[in-house]
Design a protein around this ligand. Sequence first.
Ligand code: ADP
Length: 398
Amino acid sequence: MNILVINCGSSSLKFQLINAQSEELIAKGLCERIGIPGSQMTYAPKGGEKIEKAEDMPDHTAAIRLVLNALSDEKHGVVKSLDEIGAVGHRIVHGGESFAASTVINDEVMKAIEDCNDLAPLHNPANLIGINACRKLMPDTPMVGVFDTAFHQTMPERAYLYGIPYRYYEDYKVRRYGFHGTSHSYVSHRAAELLGREYEDLKMIVCHLGNGASISAVQNGKCVDTSMGLTPLEGLIMGTRSGDLDPAIIEFLCGKEEKTVHEILNVLNKESGVLGLSEGYSSDFRDLEKGYNGGEAPSIRAMNGFIYRVVKYIGAYTAVMNGVDVICFTAGIGENNSFIRKEVCAHLAYLGIGIDEEENAKRGEEVLISTKESRTKVLVIPTNEELAIARETFALVK
Ligand code: ADP
């Protein structure tokens, strides 16, 4: 069965068509600037040439129509008819407390996702628009929702509650939810497979280090803590997000800069993190690494701040689980930046970790980078959220 995986943002839409049995990627692409002049679609059938086309996409339905046309096109298409698409898997950012697992989408589920809009006002409405557009164009094809928050729903109360009046949780569901759950789940399962160990027997720390970054602790097959919170702003220092800070800073800065809370939150989301620490130099670790190696103070400051926070969370989660068997690195930085991995691991000698420099020099592939003698294993595992969504979708509709 072929599964269409859709990741719908407010003005963009990423898609992949995956054969669920062979797990082969059949085609993938991206629609950009939906609803904005200058929209364009990129489409790449497996083994074929990448096609970039300027196309008018006034809304998401138009974008999905173009995607379906491209997939079934006589010349560049990969299916003869849309009947060859057995199901659609949708990435959904926030499932609140309603979804601890993926689910087949019906009207009731749509309503429950809509009820979470408050918690992810930039993402969930866009996800819903994508689902509605697909349902309109493929009314007989089953749709599945796969939630970024679902994997973390196993966290115990002590990990997900904030130290604020309990009624805020009762009345407004203010709590830690966590994100990147599909990635944390995929990587932790893959780590157990690669080590030849039972998933339920391991204590794992997964470092998803991309532009958005989060760490999770997975103990005996369950996520027990994660660094992102009610929103993705909490936790690590990220590309442009501040991560953890004293909440009193917000009012203090509002006064000093004569800005509203909304404006300061915008700064914390978009102008902070390593971008802010490097005085606006870059949010991209490729640039920062060059700056670091060139002895530039802003890049050194940003890199050191980022590494320190990762080390701190690994320490905290080791304490939470009373030990750790394996630490995994994934996402853009985790998969590709051997310098960051090495620097983080240099602070983990207390876990009996030694790094094999030659293995650590590899990028973008599954590799054990800890030495044979290491008490705690360290793995690099490229994440594959689309494949994970296709698997979850297939499991529910087959
Ligand atoms: P997101 O999906 O959150 O937007 P990514 O997982 O793509 O982010 O990660 C982006 C970060 O990963 C950037 O800081 C970038 O420097 C780093 N990165 C991505 N690809 C590479 C690569 N091939 N080599 C080195 N660094 C990379």
